[in-house]
Design a protein around this ligand. Structure first.
Ligand code: FE2
Ligand code: FE2
Length: 300
């Protein structure tokens, strides 16, 4: 396991020479990186855990928008690395004109202050709450809406489009699995992870785990995520990438649009759990087991 697995780092100035090197080092250490600079492109760094966020941080408002966008997409921000800066070379400071000096200070200092003021590290408990509020609530609402919608569309078009019957059956299978899956996360795994964090923070012994290591339920959840991913792939195939046939009515179109939005949200939801929350849970479990030993050695 890498030392930064499950962490999200926001790196400003990520498109520059130094910023690119820092970004690569964070990615190699296992972090998910939000790379920021004025003109950064998605292909600036080719890595599955890299996301480009073009932004100009000259104002506090822009910095607030940036941190909100990163949190919405990646769920959290654990570390801020402010690399952004600029220096107009060629003259001593005494010979630099006021406008250039002001611009240098703005690029090098003000951007850092703006983004730091708005930077807030989420606890694991807050991150869990974020996943519940943003993704579990949405998933439940969307499943209810989609279930009614697909029944309506099958009734109107099922005879001419037999693939709709398969789509309906797969959706119902996916929804039933997701309901059970989210129930287990909400009732067992997430409360345990939150308790684990509390125990580490307060240097208490590990909470009782009927399932042994936290990695056991995590493995089960990841297996279920993979299965949900397989069903989503099958749905995409059956619906020809969610393209509606020529004779489709408005409900047909709404169904495909809503199903595609559901797919996107579920991918993001699974990404946050698999790549960010679960590695943090594993790290907490390691931390709680080495903590008493450090104290016993008198080095803690
Ligand atoms: Fe979940
Ligand atoms: Fe999940």
């Amino acid at each position: 396991m890498h030392s930064l697995d499950g962490k999200v780092a926001l790196i400003t100035g990520a498109a520059g020479g130094l910023g690119t090197a820092v970004t690569k080092a964070f990615l190699e250490a296992g972090a998910t990186v939000a790379g920021v600079s004025r003109h950064i492109r998605p292909d600036q760094v080719l890595h599955p855990n890299f996301t480009a966020f073009p932004a100009d941080l000259a104002s506090g408002e822009a910095a607030r928008k940036l941190t909100a966008a990163v949190t919405a997409q990646l769920g959290r921000i654990d570390a801020l690395v402010h690399v952004m800066g600029g220096f107009a070379g060629g003259h001593s400071v005494a010979d630099t004109d006021d406008a250039t000096l002001e611009q240098m200070l703005e690029t090098s200092v003000a951007t850092g202050v703006n983004v730091t003021v708005d930077f807030k590290r989420l606890t694991v408990a807050e991150f869990v709450q974020y996943i519940l509020d943003k993704h579990h609530v949405y998933t439940r609402e969307a499943m209810e809406r989609l279930d009614a919608l697909v029944k309506k569309v099958v009734k109107a078009h099922g005879e001419n489009h037999s693939e709709l019957l398969e789509i309906r059956d797969l959706m119902q299978q996916l929804f039933a699995e997701l309901k059970g899956h989210m129930f287990k996360e909400e009732q067992i795994l997430f409360p345990f992870i939150v308790e684990l964090e509390q125990s580490v923070l307060q240097q208490r012994p590990a909470p009782f785990a009927p399932f042994g290591s936290v990695n056991n339920p995590v493995r089960m959840m990841m297996f279920e995520h993979d299965h949900a991913g397989e069903i989503l792939r099958e749905l995409r195939k059956l619906s020809s990438d969610y393209s509606v046939p020529g004779d489709a009515c408005m409900s047909y179109q709404t169904l495909y649009e809503a199903l595609e939005a559901f797919e996107q949200d579920l991918h993001q939801h699974i990404h946050l759990e698999n790549n960010l929350l679960f590695p943090q849970a594993a790290n907490l479990e390691v931390a709680i087991h080495i903590q008493p030993r450090i104290n016993a050695d008198g080095r803690g």
